[in-house]
Design a binder for this molecule. Structure first.
Ligand code: AMP
Length: 281
């Protein structure tokens, strides 16, 4: 497994790799969710690269950039175990050198939900992902449904900017009690961790209602609100029942429908989602 620390070295290394080349962009503190993307990338490609970069541009001024979990030694051991070929570990001032001043702004689909709660978040995501695509030149890139809006933002960017990268989206990997795996779960106290499965519990209820034939979005939204409110430590920021493609809210469920939510538990903000109907993201 080759470690690459600079943009210049990466840009020249990608020229010699055996293709297809699959890229898994991450912010490190790797867990089984990340590794599921790596495994799929290994199946699909001759060469697999993982980037680990805690991207300052996607954190707001009052967010957790300085405390975001970092665990490079363990990350590298996990990636080595998976047979990853290349790991790209750039420094922030190599990705954003002094004077850096060009941004990728995806429109409507980036403006709502997470975009409302975290202004500039998706500008940071779209910019770093397009830079990674240009530096690494992957044939395919792998993302998790866990961050459903991010998937749509990147999909729109690839389409609108004619980027020649094939995007693969893989299902959310969960803990046995249903909590979606996330590097930020490490922030939860024991008590908060016990409260956190309420997110998926509420999403399961939405799935059950849909299976039972409920098609009124307001009824499902209310059921989710009620379940979240049974957990005193959980504070619902939003629940959205929307078209996965446009993220326009729906009154009547059509398939597929993305049900997503953000919940604050103590100081930790958790997001999760499910897709109703047979089509995935
Ligand atoms: P992150 O390191 O949080 O930026 O995540 C890197 C990639 O892993 C993103 O495409 C995420 O959507 C994906 N990912 C994070 N958590 C999970 C999970 N529990 N299951 C599947 N994919 C995930």
């Amino acid at each position: 497994m080759r470690l690459i620390h600079t943009v210049a070295e990466m840009a020249s290394a990608q020229k010699g790799v055996i293709r297809p080349l699959g890229l898994v962009p991450t912010m490190g503190a790797l867990h089984q969710g990340h590794l599921s993307l790596v495994r799929r990338a290994k199946e699909d490609n001759a060469t697999v690269e993982v980037s680990i970069f805690v991207n300052p541009a996607q954190f707001g001024p009052r967010e957790d950039l300085s405390t975001y979990p970092r665990n490079q030694e363990q990350d590298l051991a996990l990636l080595e175990e998976q047979g990853v070929d290349l790991v790209f570990l750039p420094q922030p001032d190599d990705i954003y050198p002094a004077g850096f001043d060009t941004w990728v702004n995806v429109g409507r689909v980036a403006s709502r939900l997470e975009g409302e709660a975290r202004p500039d978040h998706f500008r940071g995501v779209a910019t770093v992902v397009s830079k990674l695509f240009n530096i690494v030149r992957p044939d395919r890139a792998y993302f998790g449904q866990k961050d459903a809006q991010q998937v749509q933002v990147i999909r729109k960017m690839i389409s609108d900017l004619n980027l020649s990268v094939e995007m693969a989206v893989l299902p959310t990997v969960r803990e046995p009690d249903g909590l979606a795996m996330s590097s930020r779960n490490a922030y939860l106290s024991l008590q908060e961790r016990q409260a956190a499965p309420v997110l998926y519990r509420s999403l399961r209820r939405a799935q059950d209602m849909h299976t039972d034939g409920v098609r009124q979005a307001s009824a499902i939204r209310e059921a989710i609100q009620n379940i979240i409110s049974t957990e005193p430590m959980a504070h619902l920021e939003y629940v959205s029942i929307a078209s996965p493609e446009t993220l326009d809210e729906m009154d009547t469920i059509q398939e597929p429908t993305l049900v997503s939510l953000a919940v604050r538990i103590g100081k930790t903000r958790l997001i999760d989602n499910v897709v109703l109907g047979n089509g995935g993201l």
